[in-house]
Design a protein around this ligand. Sequence first.
Ligand code: DGY
Length: 329
Amino acid sequence: MSLPKVFVTRRIPDAGLDLLQNRASIEIWTERQPPPYKVLQDKIRDIDGLLCLLTDRIDKNLIELGTSLKVISQMAVGYDNIDVAAATARGIPIGNTPGVLTEATADLTWALLMAASRKIVEAERFVREGRWQTWEPMLLLGADVAGATLGIVGFGRIGQAVARRAKGFDMRVLYWNRHRCEIGLERELGVEYASFEQLLEESDFVSIHVALFQETYYLFDRPQFDSMKPSAILINTARGAIVNPDALYDAIHTGKIAGAALDVTEPEPILPDSPLLSLPNLLIVPHIGSASIKTRSQMALMAAQNLIAGLQGECLPNCVNPEVYERKQ
Ligand code: DGY
C-alpha cells in the first residue's frame, strides 16, 4: 500500500520528522524562506497532509485546491494564517500545538519585560561602543519591576504563566479577559480582574496574550495609548497585528508611553525602514517566544502526531475545528 503524501513547509526538529518516517511519503521545503504561495498551490493539489507554519498563508483558494487533503497540521499554537472556516466547510481538521510552548513564551515575556525596564540592550550597546567611562549616578536609569503593577491582556495559558512568575516580584497583577476566571484561580495566582480601561490606566507594564482575531486586530490603537501611563512599557509576544504600529510609534515618540518590547510585529518581519527601528526605547526580537530547543522539539512532535492522526482518519489530539467531527457523524 502506498504511503500518504505529505508536504512539510520547512525543516522542523527531528522529533517531528522521525515520527513521520515510514508513515508518510514526506517532501520537505528546505529553503530558509517559506515556500512561495505558488509552490503551495502546486503542492497542495497532490497531497494528503500539510504540515505548515505561521508564515504560510493557507487561505480559502489554497484549501479548495487540495482535493485529496485530509489534514492541516500547524506547528504553532496560533493559527490566524489559516482560513479555518474554509477548512471546516471542506471537513478538513486543523491541528495546532497548545500547551507545550506556554512556559517558554512566558519566560521570553519576562526576559523582554526585564530587559526593557532596565534598558539592558541600550546598556550593552553603551559598553561595546566604548562609552563606559565611570560610574554615573544618572546613567541608564530604568523602571522598578518589584512592586510595580503588571496588566495582562488575555488570561489563557500563557497569560496565567506570566502572572505566576510575577509573584516572585511582589507585583500587583491585573488581568483582562473575555471571561473572568474562577475566584480560586484568581486567589492562587494573586491577580485582580479589571476592565480593559482600568488595566490600561493603572499598569506600569502591559503584556499582551490574546490571540489575533477580527476583534483583537489593532486592539492597541491611539485611544488605548492615550489611556496608558507615560511611564508604561508595552510587551507583545502574541501577534503583531494586535498593535497598530503607527500608533505605537507615535505613542513612544511623543512620550505617551515610555517604551515597548516586541517579539512580534506587523508586518512580520518588520520592514528595515520602519520608523519603529529608530526608537531607542523599543526593543524587538524576531518572534522567538517558543524558541527553546525542548519546546520546538515538542511542537514538532505534536504537529507530527496531529498530522498522522488526520491521515489515519482519527480525531486529532489537538484540533482547532472539532466541529468537523460532529458533521461527519
Ligand atoms: C505560536 O505558536 O503561535 C507562536 O507564535 C510561535 O511559536
